[in-house]
Design a protein around this ligand. Sequence first.
Ligand SMILES: C[S@@+](CC[C@H](N)C(=O)[O-])C[C@H]1O[C@@H](n2cnc3c(N)ncnc32)[C@H](O)[C@@H]1O
Length: 456
Amino acid sequence: MIKIENQRFIEYFRENFFQGNEIELKDFLENIPKDLSKTLRINTNKISVSDFLKFSELYEGFELEKTAIPNIFYTKKTDNNKYALGNTISHLLWITYIQELRASYSVYELSKWKVDREKYTILDMAASPGGKTTQLAEYYPNSIIVANEFTQNRITQLISNLERIGWNNFCVTNYNWVFFRDLPERFDKVLIDAPCSGEWIGFKAIETIKHWNIKKIKWLSGLQENLLERALVSVKVGWEILYSTCTLNKLENEWIIEYIEKKYPESFRVTYSKRFWPHVEKSGWFFVAKIEKLKSVETNFKKREAKNNKEIKKIDKASLEALSRFQKKYELDLWDSELYVYKSDILAIKRNPDFWELINDLYLTRLGQRIGNIVNWEFTPNYYLARDYELKNAKKIEIKSLDEVYDYLKGKEIETSLELEEKEYLIIAFKDLKIWGWYYSEWKVKNIFPKEWVVK
Ligand SMILES: C[S@@+](CC[C@H](N)C(=O)[O-])C[C@H]1O[C@@H](n2cnc3c(N)ncnc32)[C@H](O)[C@@H]1O
């Protein structure tokens, strides 16, 4: 068993949490290096939990065990697993998302444990790689979610995860959090999953605990205070902020929220907070706090000039005509989406009146979901469109066995006797799961599944 030897770390936790309780301290220390079983979040936008459980038992073979969150399950390998968790059909189709249980608690608490179909404007202030953003999209399917990430080189991964999971109610921004101070009272809910000392990875990389030191934590704590203060300005009165970290020390958690309560006693109230201990919850380390805004705070913000989202434009007439021809042919309904163009890509975002205002104030790196592009006045649909929208008039090919599905994923074409036009898009299905859009040429159906997802 790996032993925790950093005395500074042990002393800090003894003094702050386990005074006079050496047995519990020992239990805590022994549980840090334990690996946790992976948890899987089911995308209930695509499949109900009960249908997924049946499908998974038949085709994927993992043992699934309930967690405290209804659409998240612990997974255990069995002799029936042919593919790793990340290579199962459900994961490749993004019906499931591998997310650590601890990490899913912030959105779960923010949403009061239920899907809320009201229309809100939500800010995810530190979003990449996007685990919590995809969860926000799921719990708030009719809201607009602004997924902000400051670190430029983490934006691509954020966009890719948002696209993969197949929601169209988000936009991506690339601001330093300082920016949000100048956007007062614009959001109904704000999630701050703060950059932190990452104590939580203790169970994966014991090195983190080896180098644990209070000086570094104090420095981060200052950053977190700053981040939270900005976020508080941007939330509307009567609404709420969820602050979370993957740490357990007080400096990155209680200190931060106490600082806010002391500085703005009339404006903010902490309504809930919880620390997730590795030896109690068995879900990894985590801290969440919910803060309600009672009153505006005085700030000397400056109103920003309207941003000019030059690259993302409302869909033009020629593109709309090309798309309409496709829509007519395949009976594709896009009534619930606003359409935009970025370069030659067509972007669809869920209709929401608040979005009009937002687009004037934010410079967007991405908006909604890419559904295809226009080349030579023709609309070419992409994989996401085939997977996430209904093409009522598209012909369907059923794949009968799992092996055939994987052959297809690996790039094998399918021969068909269906009567097809020279270029026609088809839906491929496996056990009621709509899998991929296909393209017909020379009696063969080509694979247009994203290359980077193909199983090696
Ligand atoms: C704990 S991670 C977020 C994890 C993410 N919420 C998820 O669930 O996948 C914290 C993020 O804050 C970002 N960050 C760091 N400095 C920032 C700043 N000044 N403004 C906004 N985000 C920042 C980091 O790049 C990092 O992606």
